[in-house]
Design a protein around this ligand. Sequence first.
Ligand SMILES: Cc1ncc(COP(=O)(O)O)c(C=O)c1O
Length: 402
Amino acid sequence: MAGERVADEVDEALPFEESTSDILAAWRVYGVAAGHSPRTIDSRRGTVERLAREHDVRTDRSILDAMHGAATGGHTGYASVPGIPALRDAIAARVTERTGVPTRRENVLITPGGQAALFATHTAVCNPGDTALMIDPYYATYPGTIRGVSALPHAIAARAEDAFQPRADVIAAAAKQTNAASLLVNSPNNPTGVVYSRKTLEGIAQVCRDHDMWLISDEVYDTQVWEGAHLSPCALDGMAEHTLVVGSMSKSHAMTGSRCGWIVGPVDAIEHLTNLATHTTYGVPGYIQDAALFALNQGTGFETEIAAPFQRRRLLAQDILARQNAVSLVPAQGAMCLLKNARCVASLAGAPKRPTIMPPIISIRDAMLSSGSKTFSARLMRCAAMSLRRAARGFSFKKPVR
Ligand SMILES: Cc1ncc(COP(=O)(O)O)c(C=O)c1O
């Protein structure tokens, strides 16, 4: 009875009861995001600092110098709304090289960060009242972003049994049931750390083509792949015309505060999105774009250097957790997070069986690591113990979103 199982899963995947008239709720984006931030361990207890997934690698001095030079050199007026040509060209070249999809300047819009790109893409493809699909677990702002454009977020569970790879048949059933306008995916994924396989992405691409549905592909972690390879779905057969790729300098170049991201998509979609940008953000400051261009020109070696601390911490955390048998980790193939599975312990305590989130790798500072793995190990184990207690009480990282 495979059909019934799929239907059940679709029903389970409807956590949001929406009222488009609830304008206040629709815009409570930041509050919701803050509510989702992993305040897993209270800093007053001396374990791990509070954080909101901030990159703890600071922007490189050479990038700041480029920014300063551009600003003092006069690039402080209005910049071209779709982005300065040289930066659009650089991103187009990068996408062509990585995906094999011929990409030019006209396919690229520069945005104030990946978040603005998520908002703009949903504004562009969803009419008020349309359903926008997204995969659960999801990045904190997704439901608020979708609500913010008066669309209805519909979460589809990626399950632990499937190694958190979303299932095409479940997505197809949801697309059919809701006549969804779009599907938002994120690989490498925050918070699971999973990198979607070619099979998963081909299944997703097929559903998008079959249902004439836009795919919004959030690839802000594309330079943080620890196992396997990143595949952008825009590279799959017929998908360049169906996909809006969201990218960002935040994670790849440790430029979170600079607010520089982009959307890559079909030329006519980028023209519409440029109109939208003209009436909303009016572009990104020129000196920030110059700095982003400088950063991109440093090449992939620079990106590998920025990613290295997260890779190192991931290995360390995996190693430590492997030496106890209370929790297991969902294999983190990419991004800055680790998701731990406390199922066996939680079920022993009679709590609902669900994976829980552990402090992202970014919360564990290099300073701590260099203070000796014994201390680090003790601290990490305290984190794990606290999360387990929460799991046993039925704590869920997924709060109801209202
Ligand atoms: C999955 C995901 N998408 C988008 C963003 C937003 O990134 P940006 O800083 O470019 O707005 C984040 C930030 O943490 C993220 O984790």
